[in-house]
Design a protein around this ligand. Structure first.
Ligand code: DC
Length: 230
């Protein structure tokens, strides 16, 4: 059993670029604190994949925003991932194609606005939320914000070792793809990836995930946001 418990309703924001380890670290932190994890990237992945499947042009902001409005009632977003029409489709959403479509629809302000309400509603009872704009836009009042980063080469290496068995891509291709996604995420006009002024930056290039989690737990304990259970 975990040594810690979180104060009631605690929200923790974890932002950072693709492959920085947000998902892994968020899960480990959840095990330590008992808080649920919500991966906001899945929402954008769902919209991107569904739009592609239904041949909705990924460039048309108003059509896409309307489409999101229609989909919202069919989405169930839980700690186990995303359910669409009652079916858990999280694993399909982890594909590279879904990530690519997500990063396109995520550039649109109307799409983002439609998803903010859902994200805030789920955060109400406390959670660890990971994404790109959690500390800056979705939960600006979160009492703990972390910005996780790592060198592009290290992030590509991590992703490549995950993908190796499924795709024929080489490390160079993964580096190029990540650079393109970084550029799209950081240079977009609406809610670009950037650290909140009050976020704690952790560069995980040479750190193991458990070391990152220890650092986070230290911050949470010093701020009295978590307490020992014993
Ligand atoms: O974290 P991820 O790879 O699942 O995210 C997929 C895409 O969605 C990524 O290009 C950035 C975008 N995204 C976003 O713009 N805002 C978020 N809160 C989460 C993800």
């Amino acid at each position: 059993m975990s040594e810690w418990h979180a104060i009631e309703g605690l929200t923790i924001a974890i932002d950072g670029p693709s492959g920085s380890g947000k998902g892994t670290v968020a899960k480990m932190l959840a095990e330590e604190t008992g808080l649920p994890v919500l991966d906001t990237g899945l929402l954008y992945r769902l919209i991107g994949s569904m739009a592609r499947e239904q041949r909705i042009p990924l460039e048309s902001e108003s059509t896409l925003a309307e489409f999101v409005g229609d989909l919202l009632g069919l989405i169930e977003w839980t700690v186990d991932g995303i359910y669409f029409n009652g079916k858990n489709i999280t694993n399909t959403l982890r594909s590279e194609q879904a990530g690519e479509a997500a990063s396109k629809v995520a550039t649109m302000s109307l799409v983002r606005k439609k998803l903010i309400g859902l994200q805030r509603q789920l955060a109400r009872n406390g959670c660890i939320m990971d994404g790109r704009d959690i500390g800056t836009v979705v939960l600006p009042n979160a009492p703990a914000k972390f910005f996780l980063t790592a060198s592009v080469r290290e992030r590509a290496r991590r992703r490549w070792s995950q993908l190796k068995n499924e795709s024929g891509s080489n490390l160079g291709e993964v580096v190029a793809e990540l650079k393109m996604r970084d550029q799209r995420d950081t240079e977009r006009q609406h809610a670009p990836l950037k650290q909140a002024a009050d976020a704690i930056v952790i560069d995980s290039t040479t750190m193991r995930a458990d070391e990152v989690v220890d650092r986070m737990l230290g911050v949470l304990e010093r701020r009295k946001l978590i307490k020992t259970s014993v």
